[in-house]
Design a protein around this ligand. Structure first.
Ligand SMILES: Nc1ncnc2c1ncn2[C@@H]1O[C@H](COP(=O)(O)OP(=O)(O)OP(=O)(O)O)[C@@H](O)[C@H]1O
Length: 623
């Protein structure tokens, strides 16, 4: 008996058995394929339930008829409702302008604080949503609102280098408002960015001398130091708290004034007392002085380290004093804290995330340019030589609409709207899940340099959330899939003529070549020559594209099991449009090789080939 018949027989038997007494031989059941087993068990369960209700009904009839509640046929759907303020936050993050307008009309309060701290304007500043910011300001939201770290929306916009938001906010904001670290928004704008330029210009136009302002700020620790020394000399109390329980040591620790901390501790300031919020100086030092491993300013650790040693010494007087080289060496602490040195613990998680993203993306020019691939989990650095050169990089910061699949509304119009908005910002690449969408910019964008290619290197193949969508990341992903699956990977580039497939293909090949060999980037000029030859025989000028490929391409990458690396990237060509040789569609050219020959061959060469007047031939004259 065939397997199929055996199963059919079993089922038949089972159904009969089941109908008779609803008992099933477990072994028989287990011998069935999973799908059939599930179907059978489901049917059993239905019959059981039906039998139960019938029995219940019969029982009630016997007992004088209390109604049994039938199983609910339509279970009531419970809808989760979010407050207007939450929906508003979501709409702002996703740049859903229509929704923001609707919510405001429905009475959403623009003054509602947001869950991650700050106002809705802070959120707009973070997500570069100028439209929503404008609406909120129109409805009376105070532009000078400060969050728990005393950041205004302008601080946020500066950190994120969102110049449009900065321009909008400048109309009403107090540009000199300081945050908890005593920094004004300009302190967070990277040198050389548009934001920094706008702020400086604005300050200058309003008569503020930026350099003297900076000098004043850097003098603050030395002013406090001399005040503390004077207090010590006059025998004043170093432990006197203010109304909030804050002592001098709290202030010095929170601000990272290491020399002041040393003087205070040397002169008997008590490191133990907590302020009214239960923060000891050590807590504050940890909160504002701690650095992550990514930040190199080791001196920021000093306050915490020094205090720990002093605390240890308080318990055990024989413990060694902090060594002098661990003490503050005076004046080097830069109060004009750049973002990369900002203490992440002092910020809300959302702000920390955005800062880390910014750190990864927009390190100061030098930092970014010196980034080595090895930072990304130990890549072997095929680019080290290429990256030393200064290159122009302009990548947009990651945005919520980077992946259209994550939009709350997925309709033709919402997708088109997002694409159009991105295109307007030169964000030509967009993910839809793992698919990459490209809108041909038809202009040179500085996003294909060696450095950018290097930024997209990853040793794991996971997409870096701090980098915007890019063809390099798709190439990188394919490379890692090839490693994981140990089989060739294929790119499918689809789109109408002139949409940018050929260019995309070149970018992929370029990234992969560089990726697979330390000399990858050196091959680039040669690849250009090869491309030139290939295109001469397969490309032609059409109405839509002056360099249209007249064949179907297939790009695959192959894995080398032995060397565990990329063996070859191969471009297969199929279905060359041979008919073009003898028949030209209206307003079109023949393959480029003819025109190159006409231009490039010497008179003797042409004569030897009987092509003295190449362009006079019917098949090369424009159709
Ligand atoms: N990423 C890009 N950045 C800048 N310009 C681009 C980009 N992609 C395409 N272009 C421009 O668009 C032109 C047409 O692109 P491309 O030849 O790649 O289109 P295609 O889809 O391969 O067209 P066809 O199917 O006709 O071969 C290019 O010559 C180039 O000028």
């Amino acid at each position: 008996m065939s397997h199929y018949h055996f199963i059919k027989c079993c089922c038949f038997q089972l159904c009969n058995v089941f109908r008779q007494n609803m008992e099933i031989d477990q072994c028989l059941l287990e011998s069935l394929p999973i799908g059939q087993r599930q179907r059978l068990v489901r049917r059993m369960r239905c019959d059981q339930i039906r039998a139960y209700y019938e029995r219940e009904k019969a029982l009630q009839r016997q007992q004088g008829g209390i109604k049994v509640r039938a199983p609910p046929s339509h279970r009531k759907k419970h809808r989760v409702r979010f407050g207007l303020a939450d929906v508003m936050q979501d709409a702002i993050i996703h740049h859903d302008d229509k929704e923001v307008l609707r919510l405001l009309k429905e009475g959403a309060d623009p003054n509602t604080p947001i869950s991650s701290g700050g106002s809705l304007l802070h959120l707009c500043a973070r997500h570069d949503n100028v439209f929503a910011a404008e609406l909120l300001i129109e409805r009376g939201l105070n532009v000078n609102l400060q969050d728990e770290d005393l950041w205004t929306a302008l601080h946020v916009a500066c950190v994120c280098d969102h110049a449009d938001v900065v321009l909008l906010l400048l109309a009403g904001v107090n540009i000199l408002l300081q945050d908890i670290n005593g920094n004004i928004p300009l302190d967070y704008a990277f040198e050389g960015t548009e934001t920094s330029y706008i702020l400086r210009k604005y300050l200058e136009e309003n008569g503020v001398d930026v350099s003297s302002m900076h000098a004043m700020k850097t003098q603050r620790p030395s002013t406090m130091l001399s005040d503390v020394r004077q207090l010590v000399a006059t025998g004043g109390s170093l432990n006197q708290p203010n109304d909030e329980g804050v002592t001098l040591l709290h202030i010095a620790c929170a601000s990272g004034y290491r020399e002041v901390v040393s003087v205070l501790l040397d002169n008997g300031a008590d490191p133990h007392p907590a302020d009214n919020n239960f923060w000891t100086p050590l807590h504050l030092a940890a909160k504002y002085g701690q650095v992550t491993d990514s930040c190199t300013d080791i001196s920021d650790n000093f306050v915490k380290l020094n205090l720990s040693l002093w605390l240890q010494r308080l318990k055990d007087p024989s413990a060694p004093l902090p060594s002098t080289d661990q003490r503050y060496d005076g004046g080097s602490h830069d109060l004009n804290t750049p973002v990369k040195n900002l203490n992440p613990l002092g910020l809300s998680i959302s702000k920390r995330d955005s800062l880390l993203e910014k750190c990864a993306m927009f390190r100061e020019a030098g930092g970014a340019l010196s980034r080595q691939p090895s930072q990304d989990n130990g890549l072997d650095g095929p680019f080290s030589s290429g990256a030393s050169k200064l290159e122009q990089v302009k990548l947009m910061p990651p945005a919520p609409n980077d992946d259209l699949a994550s939009l709350s509304e997925l309709t033709d119009s919402s997708l088109l709207y997002e694409m159009q908005k991105r295109f307007g910002n030169d964000q030509i690449y967009t993910y839809i899940g793992h698919i990459l969408l490209l809108v041909n910019p038809n202009k040179e964008l500085p996003i294909y340099s060696t450095l950018v290619s290097q930024l997209y290197l990853s040793s794991t193949g996971r997409l870096c959330s701090s980098l915007p969508p890019h063809i390099f990341s798709s190439a990188e992903r394919a490379y890692h899939m090839m490693h994981q699956e140990r089989r060739p990977q294929c790119f499918i580039l689809s789109g109408e003529s002139g949409s940018g497939k050929t260019e995309a293909c070149k970018h992929i090949v370029r990234h992969l070549t560089a990726r697979s060999s330390p000399k990858g980037f050196m091959l680039e000029p040669r690849m250009k020559h090869v491309n030139c030859i290939l295109e001469a025989f397969g490309h032609a000028k059409t109405q839509r594209n002056s360099n249209s490929s007249r064949f179907v391409k297939l790009l695959t990458i192959q894995y080398c099991e032995k060397r565990r690396t990329l063996l070859r990237a191969r471009l297969y060509t199929y279905m060359l449009e041979k008919s073009r040789l003898v028949h030209l569609p209206p307003q079109q050219h023949n393959f480029r090789i003819f025109y190159l020959m006409a231009e490039g061959l010497s008179a003797e060469e042409k004569s030897a080939l009987y092509l003295n007047n190449v362009l006079a031939h019917r098949y090369v004259a424009v159709g």
